[in-house]
Design a protein around this ligand. Structure first.
Ligand SMILES: C[S@@+](CC[C@H](N)C(=O)[O-])C[C@H]1O[C@@H](n2cnc3c(N)ncnc32)[C@H](O)[C@@H]1O
Length: 326
């Protein structure tokens, strides 16, 4: 098993991507490369994107790729696997940059199409988003994502170039802003009480660690035996989404991914909470209403009980698929 991250809904993803051997697919959330491996196994070619250099290094090393730094981000090239470190909200420019490099190195001359601006860009047959954080990011204490690992509150997916950390937000926002953050991005019912406690704590000292924050939340809402998740889950989720501006990135990436797809190509998205899922669902309905696409998943696919037993982190995964018509 992959200890970096166990891929969620792997068989479903590979089946929906409908891999054509030798054609290009984008894995916009490379992580430990579990889904990428599945595409490569079916002889598809993969452009793997991740904002986190640790994911690029992990998969690059596994495939013995020569990882290079360009303008403070990582890239690696081979005939069937390309890795690129960036935010997927820059998808069009990522694919355009990669296309230019491939053309100038005459790496692959068969699979190009014209972009709207008439430039040659790689023809993409499918794009996968597997949103959120990897097990590696949660488990590595120093990343400061988890209430189970005591560490400085960080939560940046891109530690190289992102400046604002969870510690900055939790100590810098006023009470009203904290309530709004926890309520909007965490759907946390105890937002007001937790925000009040945070302000009280800050009068004594700054909140610096995941343990300090988790204990403040537990003082408002102790864990009960009927809780399926830790009481700090929603606040930590809200902070992570805000630090990494996750919802804006998703909103901006979906139309770019769709416009890059060849006709018949598929957009496959796994989301892990209702805020993401709503964005995906609405985008899919919009494209279907415009008669540009067909939704292939009337209801989202979810992990089976067997998968959840083997990989409890998969439990909130929802997979939706859109096929481009023209
Ligand atoms: C759930 S994991 C992906 C796991 C992967 N599919 C696998 O099978 O190993 C999500 C990954 O997406 C990355 N990520 C999250 N937001 C991103 C963004 N806006 N742009 C690029 N990568 C992002 C995270 O750094 C993390 O490595």
């Amino acid at each position: 098993m992959n200890s970096y991250h166990i891929p969620v809904l792997l068989n479903e993803v590979i089946s929906y991507l409908n891999i054509h051997p030798g054609h290009w697919y984008v894995d916009a959330n490379l992580g430990g490369g579990g889904h990428t491996e599945g595409i490569l196994d079916k002889e598809g070619k993969v452009i793997g994107i991740d904002i986190d250099s640790e994911a690029i290094n992990e998969v690059g090393q596994k495939h013995n790729l020569n990882i290079k730094t360009f303008d403070s981000h990582l890239e690696a090239y081979s005939p069937d696997l390309i890795l690129y470190q960036d935010n997927f909200s820059n998808l069009e420019s990522i694919i355009s940059n990669i296309s230019n490099r491939l053309i100038s190195n005459s790496f692959d001359n068969k699979h190009y199409t014209k972009s709207p601006s008439s430039k040659n860009i790689i023809r993409i047959n499918g794009v996968l988003f597997d949103l959120g954080v990897s097990t590696h990011q949660l488990e590595k204490a120093s990343r400061g994502f988890s209430f189970n690992k005591n560490a400085p509150l960080d939560m940046r997916m891109n530690q190289l170039s992102e400046q604002t950390t969870a510690m900055d937000l939790i100590n810098g926002l006023n009470q009203g802003e904290l309530i709004e953050l926890f309520f909007k991005l965490g759907e946390e019912h105890f937002a007001k009480m937790i925000a009040r406690k945070i302000i009280e704590f800050r009068k004594i000292k700054a909140i610096e660690t995941t343990d300090e924050l988790a204990n403040i939340i537990l003082s408002v809402r102790p864990r009960s035996h009927i809780d399926r998740t830790h009481p700090a889950t929603r606040v930590f989720q809200a902070l992570r989404i805000a630090v990494n501006d996750e919802l804006h990135s998703l909103k901006s990436a979906l139309p770019q991914a769709f416009s890059l797809l060849s006709p018949g190509g598929r957009l496959v998205v796994i989301s892990f909470h209702s805020l993401e899922d709503r964005i995906v669902k609405n985008f899919f309905i919009q494209e279907e209403n415009m008669k540009r696409a067909k939704v292939l998943t009337e209801k989202p696919e979810e992990p089976t009980e067997e998968e959840i037993k083997q990989n409890p982190r998969s439990r909130s995964g929802k997979l939706r698929v859109l096929e481009k018509i023209s």
